[in-house]
Write a protein that binds this ligand. Structure first.
Ligand SMILES: [Mn+2]
Length: 269
Protein backbone atom coordinates (compact mmCIF):
# COMPACT_ATOMS: atom_id res chain seq x y z
CA UNK A 1 0.00 0.00 0.00
CA UNK A 2 1.27 3.41 -0.93
CA UNK A 3 0.14 6.59 0.80
CA UNK A 4 0.20 9.92 -1.01
CA UNK A 5 -0.50 13.22 0.75
CA UNK A 6 -2.06 15.87 -1.47
CA UNK A 7 -2.09 19.63 -0.87
CA UNK A 8 -4.95 22.14 -0.96
CA UNK A 9 -7.22 21.47 -3.94
CA UNK A 10 -9.79 24.26 -3.48
CA UNK A 11 -12.13 23.03 -6.18
CA UNK A 12 -9.45 22.37 -8.81
CA UNK A 13 -10.89 19.02 -9.84
CA UNK A 14 -9.25 18.87 -13.27
CA UNK A 15 -5.82 19.29 -11.69
CA UNK A 16 -6.66 16.61 -9.11
CA UNK A 17 -7.49 14.19 -11.92
CA UNK A 18 -4.24 15.05 -13.68
CA UNK A 19 -2.27 14.54 -10.48
CA UNK A 20 -3.84 11.12 -9.91
CA UNK A 21 -2.77 10.11 -13.41
CA UNK A 22 0.72 11.41 -12.69
CA UNK A 23 1.04 9.20 -9.60
CA UNK A 24 -0.78 6.30 -11.31
CA UNK A 25 -3.23 6.19 -8.42
CA UNK A 26 -4.69 2.74 -7.83
CA UNK A 27 -7.76 2.82 -5.63
CA UNK A 28 -7.32 -0.84 -4.71
CA UNK A 29 -3.81 -0.36 -3.38
CA UNK A 30 -3.21 3.30 -2.59
CA UNK A 31 -4.49 5.67 0.07
CA UNK A 32 -4.79 9.44 -0.31
CA UNK A 33 -4.37 11.95 2.47
CA UNK A 34 -5.56 15.52 1.96
CA UNK A 35 -4.38 18.62 3.82
CA UNK A 36 -7.87 20.17 3.73
CA UNK A 37 -9.41 23.09 1.87
CA UNK A 38 -10.91 20.72 -0.66
CA UNK A 39 -13.34 23.46 -1.66
CA UNK A 40 -13.81 27.11 -2.57
CA UNK A 41 -12.30 29.72 -4.90
CA UNK A 42 -11.74 27.09 -7.60
CA UNK A 43 -14.39 26.07 -10.15
CA UNK A 44 -15.40 22.49 -9.26
CA UNK A 45 -15.65 22.07 -5.51
CA UNK A 46 -18.71 19.81 -5.74
CA UNK A 47 -16.87 17.25 -7.86
CA UNK A 48 -13.89 17.31 -5.50
CA UNK A 49 -16.11 16.63 -2.48
CA UNK A 50 -17.95 13.81 -4.23
CA UNK A 51 -14.72 12.22 -5.42
CA UNK A 52 -12.99 12.30 -2.02
CA UNK A 53 -16.07 11.08 -0.15
CA UNK A 54 -16.40 8.16 -2.59
CA UNK A 55 -12.86 7.02 -1.77
CA UNK A 56 -14.33 5.61 1.43
CA UNK A 57 -11.67 4.02 3.60
CA UNK A 58 -8.97 4.88 1.09
CA UNK A 59 -8.71 8.48 2.19
CA UNK A 60 -7.99 10.73 5.13
CA UNK A 61 -8.82 14.41 5.09
CA UNK A 62 -8.37 17.03 7.79
CA UNK A 63 -10.62 20.07 7.70
CA UNK A 64 -9.32 23.44 6.53
CA UNK A 65 -10.69 26.92 7.02
CA UNK A 66 -12.53 26.84 3.68
CA UNK A 67 -14.15 23.50 4.54
CA UNK A 68 -15.36 24.94 7.84
CA UNK A 69 -16.58 28.03 5.99
CA UNK A 70 -18.61 25.83 3.65
CA UNK A 71 -20.23 24.17 6.67
CA UNK A 72 -21.06 27.54 8.23
CA UNK A 73 -22.61 28.82 4.98
CA UNK A 74 -24.51 25.59 4.38
CA UNK A 75 -25.93 25.60 7.91
CA UNK A 76 -27.13 29.14 7.32
CA UNK A 77 -25.03 30.91 9.93
CA UNK A 78 -22.62 32.71 7.60
CA UNK A 79 -22.92 34.57 4.29
CA UNK A 80 -20.78 33.62 1.33
CA UNK A 81 -17.79 35.90 0.89
CA UNK A 82 -16.88 37.67 -2.33
CA UNK A 83 -15.03 35.14 -4.49
CA UNK A 84 -16.63 32.10 -2.86
CA UNK A 85 -17.61 29.36 -5.31
CA UNK A 86 -19.82 27.19 -3.13
CA UNK A 87 -23.15 27.50 -4.98
CA UNK A 88 -23.03 24.16 -6.78
CA UNK A 89 -22.61 22.34 -3.46
CA UNK A 90 -25.37 24.34 -1.80
CA UNK A 91 -27.78 23.34 -4.58
CA UNK A 92 -26.65 19.74 -5.02
CA UNK A 93 -29.13 16.93 -4.46
CA UNK A 94 -26.58 15.10 -2.31
CA UNK A 95 -25.74 18.25 -0.34
CA UNK A 96 -26.82 16.87 3.03
CA UNK A 97 -24.83 13.65 2.64
CA UNK A 98 -21.75 15.63 1.64
CA UNK A 99 -22.08 18.03 4.56
CA UNK A 100 -22.67 15.24 7.06
CA UNK A 101 -19.63 13.43 5.80
CA UNK A 102 -17.56 16.64 5.92
CA UNK A 103 -18.49 17.58 9.47
CA UNK A 104 -17.44 14.15 10.68
CA UNK A 105 -13.89 14.62 9.36
CA UNK A 106 -11.08 15.35 11.85
CA UNK A 107 -9.00 18.52 12.30
CA UNK A 108 -5.91 16.48 13.08
CA UNK A 109 -4.91 12.99 12.05
CA UNK A 110 -2.04 11.00 13.51
CA UNK A 111 -0.95 7.80 11.83
CA UNK A 112 0.63 5.40 14.28
CA UNK A 113 2.24 3.22 11.61
CA UNK A 114 4.09 6.02 9.83
CA UNK A 115 4.12 8.53 12.72
CA UNK A 116 3.07 11.35 10.41
CA UNK A 117 0.80 14.11 11.70
CA UNK A 118 -1.62 15.71 9.24
CA UNK A 119 -3.28 19.08 9.90
CA UNK A 120 -4.41 21.95 7.69
CA UNK A 121 -2.26 24.80 9.06
CA UNK A 122 0.04 23.18 11.62
CA UNK A 123 0.30 22.79 15.39
CA UNK A 124 0.41 25.59 17.95
CA UNK A 125 4.05 25.97 19.01
CA UNK A 126 3.26 25.18 22.65
CA UNK A 127 1.34 21.97 22.00
CA UNK A 128 2.82 18.54 22.39
CA UNK A 129 1.29 16.07 19.98
CA UNK A 130 -0.78 14.32 22.66
CA UNK A 131 -2.26 17.65 23.75
CA UNK A 132 -2.96 18.72 20.16
CA UNK A 133 -4.80 15.47 19.47
CA UNK A 134 -7.01 15.92 22.52
CA UNK A 135 -7.77 19.56 21.66
CA UNK A 136 -8.64 18.74 18.06
CA UNK A 137 -11.07 16.12 19.35
CA UNK A 138 -12.85 18.69 21.50
CA UNK A 139 -13.74 20.65 18.36
CA UNK A 140 -14.53 17.51 16.35
CA UNK A 141 -17.05 16.51 19.02
CA UNK A 142 -18.85 19.85 18.60
CA UNK A 143 -18.91 19.56 14.81
CA UNK A 144 -20.30 16.02 14.93
CA UNK A 145 -22.97 16.92 17.45
CA UNK A 146 -26.70 17.39 16.89
CA UNK A 147 -26.56 21.17 16.48
CA UNK A 148 -23.38 22.12 14.64
CA UNK A 149 -24.99 25.41 13.57
CA UNK A 150 -24.78 26.87 17.09
CA UNK A 151 -21.11 26.09 17.19
CA UNK A 152 -20.38 27.22 13.62
CA UNK A 153 -22.14 30.55 14.20
CA UNK A 154 -19.63 31.45 16.91
CA UNK A 155 -16.56 29.98 15.30
CA UNK A 156 -15.40 33.13 13.50
CA UNK A 157 -13.05 35.67 15.07
CA UNK A 158 -9.37 36.35 15.71
CA UNK A 159 -9.63 36.34 19.50
CA UNK A 160 -8.42 34.85 21.72
CA UNK A 161 -5.12 34.78 19.82
CA UNK A 162 -2.94 33.04 22.40
CA UNK A 163 -3.40 29.48 23.59
CA UNK A 164 -4.10 29.11 27.28
CA UNK A 165 -5.34 25.85 28.74
CA UNK A 166 -7.59 27.86 31.05
CA UNK A 167 -9.75 28.97 28.12
CA UNK A 168 -13.25 27.51 28.17
CA UNK A 169 -16.24 27.12 25.86
CA UNK A 170 -16.41 28.78 22.49
CA UNK A 171 -13.29 30.90 23.10
CA UNK A 172 -11.30 27.74 23.70
CA UNK A 173 -12.65 26.02 20.59
CA UNK A 174 -12.16 29.11 18.41
CA UNK A 175 -8.55 29.34 19.52
CA UNK A 176 -8.00 25.65 18.72
CA UNK A 177 -9.58 26.09 15.27
CA UNK A 178 -7.47 29.15 14.51
CA UNK A 179 -4.22 27.38 15.35
CA UNK A 180 -5.14 24.23 13.42
CA UNK A 181 -6.72 25.80 10.34
CA UNK A 182 -5.68 29.47 9.96
CA UNK A 183 -2.19 29.88 11.43
CA UNK A 184 0.80 31.11 9.43
CA UNK A 185 2.78 33.55 11.57
CA UNK A 186 3.14 33.79 15.32
CA UNK A 187 4.95 36.11 17.70
CA UNK A 188 7.94 34.70 19.58
CA UNK A 189 5.71 33.79 22.53
CA UNK A 190 3.40 31.71 20.32
CA UNK A 191 0.63 34.30 19.98
CA UNK A 192 -1.13 34.09 16.62
CA UNK A 193 -1.04 36.77 13.97
CA UNK A 194 -3.90 36.26 11.54
CA UNK A 195 -3.51 39.43 9.48
CA UNK A 196 -0.24 39.13 7.55
CA UNK A 197 -0.52 36.67 4.65
CA UNK A 198 2.40 37.62 2.44
CA UNK A 199 5.82 36.17 1.76
CA UNK A 200 8.21 35.37 4.59
CA UNK A 201 10.72 37.72 2.96
CA UNK A 202 8.46 40.75 3.44
CA UNK A 203 7.14 39.97 6.90
CA UNK A 204 7.07 42.43 9.78
CA UNK A 205 10.11 41.89 12.01
CA UNK A 206 8.23 40.65 15.03
CA UNK A 207 6.46 37.84 13.18
CA UNK A 208 7.89 34.32 12.89
CA UNK A 209 6.59 31.37 10.83
CA UNK A 210 4.82 29.13 13.37
CA UNK A 211 7.34 26.35 12.83
CA UNK A 212 10.27 28.64 13.69
CA UNK A 213 8.93 29.74 17.08
CA UNK A 214 11.72 29.02 19.62
CA UNK A 215 11.37 25.86 21.71
CA UNK A 216 8.43 24.54 19.69
CA UNK A 217 7.04 21.64 21.73
CA UNK A 218 6.27 19.54 18.65
CA UNK A 219 9.56 20.14 16.79
CA UNK A 220 10.33 16.42 16.65
CA UNK A 221 7.04 15.47 14.99
CA UNK A 222 6.71 14.81 11.28
CA UNK A 223 4.00 17.28 10.27
CA UNK A 224 2.27 17.44 6.90
CA UNK A 225 0.32 20.65 6.36
CA UNK A 226 -1.20 22.90 3.71
CA UNK A 227 -2.86 26.32 3.90
CA UNK A 228 0.21 28.43 3.19
CA UNK A 229 0.59 28.81 -0.57
CA UNK A 230 3.23 31.52 -0.26
CA UNK A 231 5.69 28.93 1.10
CA UNK A 232 5.67 27.33 -2.35
CA UNK A 233 5.90 23.88 -0.74
CA UNK A 234 9.18 24.62 1.02
CA UNK A 235 10.27 24.97 4.62
CA UNK A 236 13.83 24.84 5.86
CA UNK A 237 12.74 23.16 9.12
CA UNK A 238 13.25 19.38 9.42
CA UNK A 239 10.26 16.98 9.54
CA UNK A 240 7.91 19.57 8.01
CA UNK A 241 6.11 18.91 4.77
CA UNK A 242 4.34 21.94 3.27
CA UNK A 243 2.07 20.79 0.46
CA UNK A 244 -0.01 23.83 -0.52
CA UNK A 245 1.60 24.89 -3.77
CA UNK A 246 -1.12 27.36 -4.75
CA UNK A 247 -3.06 25.42 -7.37
CA UNK A 248 -6.03 27.75 -7.13
CA UNK A 249 -3.71 30.74 -7.67
CA UNK A 250 -2.41 29.32 -10.95
CA UNK A 251 0.59 27.45 -9.62
CA UNK A 252 0.71 23.70 -8.93
CA UNK A 253 -1.06 20.87 -7.18
CA UNK A 254 1.36 18.63 -5.31
CA UNK A 255 1.36 15.10 -3.92
CA UNK A 256 4.04 13.59 -1.71
CA UNK A 257 4.66 9.85 -1.46
CA UNK A 258 5.09 9.18 2.23
CA UNK A 259 7.49 6.23 1.83
CA UNK A 260 10.30 8.24 0.35
CA UNK A 261 9.16 11.87 0.33
CA UNK A 262 9.14 12.03 -3.46
CA UNK A 263 6.94 14.81 -4.77
CA UNK A 264 4.73 14.91 -7.84
CA UNK A 265 3.27 18.12 -9.23
CA UNK A 266 0.95 19.19 -11.99
CA UNK A 267 0.63 22.72 -13.31
CA UNK A 268 -2.70 24.42 -12.88
CA UNK A 269 -4.66 25.10 -16.08
MN1 LIG B 1 -6.56 27.28 4.25
Amino acid sequence: MTIYAIGDIQGCFVELEKLLLEIAFDQQKDTLWFTGDLVNRGPRSLEVLRFVKALGEKHIIVLGNHDLHLLAVAYGVQQQHRGDTLDAILHAEDKQELLDWLRHRPLLYYDKATQFVLTHAGLAPSWRLSEARALAQEVETMLKGDSPEFFLAKMYGNQPDHWDDQLTGIERWRCIINYLTRMRFCYADGRLDLSYKGEIAGKPNELIPWFDVPNRANANEKIIFGHWAALGGKTHAPHLYALDTGCVWGNCLTAMRLDDGKRFSVKCG
